[in-house]
Design a protein around this ligand. Structure first.
Ligand code: PEP
Ligand code: MN
Length: 336
């Protein structure tokens, strides 16, 4: 349920309303927007008398929210969420460029790539330390050493770091990590979602291979229900009948999610396509469709990458692409 307040509501009356609701085990999430102040109500609102609330002096309107996701719902929070990470911001018209290798492989590799992508305008560095591989025999990542090397690359460039967490018990190892990635395979690992929901770190939540928009938003809701509202959604391709590409990039997710939620939307064309030559056109389409940013795998030696080499672009290709993406964004803004 949402309660839309009149402008400049009487503070004592507002306090009374909030106390009356919380006494009935309803959580109240106030959002002060540019044009309206809204109270988002979470809990069993079926027992709440809507007419009683609507009759209050301070209340403009009361609406039931049909969708099962509440905190993630745009009706709860009409303005876009903007997440500050170090000196950069995700959402709210900023173009976020998260770039780096699939996995951290050595100090030289990660620092060299970090320096190159930073020069080209990347706003964050990615790199896997714990890798969820389809085969238990494939390279599983450098684990804690990988995180240590990412921190070295951060020290060298100032770029905030994004890396995947696979289990809540790993949280102490991620203390200095800027953004926790929850991978596609773990999108419905509810214990992990609850664990990252207890932190105040931004979470990059990747869409599961066969997850609907509602599934994705319900997973975001798990994180937000724990009090962590810093969720960034990431589309990385879904499973379809097509096998030419690794997955199928669902570009429709950008306008659809934009309508359903206030959370930032990032596109990962690397895992979506599985092919380096397809990454630039898909990335360009994502920016034109209004995505808040991109997550792109960049490797200094794709042919010898320990993971996802075929879909990794070189630092030089990333440089060209980043310039084009900025131009496309500017052209879209000018066309508005
Ligand atoms: C990754 O980002 O390297 C990764 C494993 O992604 P996904 O969970 O989307 O497959
Ligand atoms: Mn990868």
């Amino acid at each position: 349920m949402i309660v839309i307040l009149k402008n400049h509501p009487d503070e004592a009356q507002l306090e009374n309303l909030i106390t009356w609701l919380t006494d009935q085990d309803i959580q109240v999430h106030p959002t002060v927007g540019a044009s309206q102040t809204i109270l988002g109500l979470v809990g069993d609102t079926s027992k709440i008398d809507m007419d009683l609330i609507a009759a209050l002096d301070i209340v403009e309107d009361v609406k039931r929210v049909q969708e099962p996701y509440k905190n993630a719902n745009r009706k709860f929070h009409p303005d876009d969420t903007v997440i500050k990470i170090g000196d950069t911001q995700v959402g709210g018209g900023n173009l976020t460029l998260i770039a780096g290798p699939c996995s951290v492989e050595s100090e030289e590799q990660i620092v060299e790539i970090a320096r190159a992508v930073k020069k080209s305008g990347a706003t964050m560095l990615r790199g896997g330390a714990f890798k969820p591989r389809s085969s238990p025999y494939a390279f599983q990542g450098m684990h804690i050493e990988g995180i240590r090397l990412l921190l070295k690359a951060k020290e060298a460039t100032g770029l905030p770091i994004v890396t995947e967490i696979m289990d809540g018990s790993q949280l102490p190892l991620f203390e200095d990590v800027d953004v926790l990635q929850v991978g596609a395979r773990n999108m419905q690992n509810y214990a992990l979602l609850r664990a990252v929901g207890t932190t105040d770190k931004p979470v990059l939540l990747k869409r599961g291979l066969s997850a609907t928009y509602e599934d994705l938003l319900m997973s975001a809701e798990y994180i937000m229900a724990g009090g962590n509202n810093k969720v960034i959604l990431c589309e990385r391709g879904i499973r379809t009948f097509e096998t030419f590409t690794r997955n199928t990039l669902d570009i429709s997710c950008v306008p659809v999610l934009r309508q359903l939620t206030h959370l930032p939307i990032i596109i990962d064309p690397s895992h979506a396509s599985g092919k380096a030559n397809l990454v630039p056109p898909l990335a360009q389409a994502a920016v034109a469709a209004g995505a808040d940013g991109l997550l792109i795998e960049v490797h200094n030696d794709p042919a010898h990458a320990k993971c996802d080499g075929p879909q990794s672009i070189t630092p030089k290709a990333f440089d060209t692409l980043a310039k084009r993406l900025r131009n496309i964004k500017a052209a879209c803004e000018a066309a508005e």
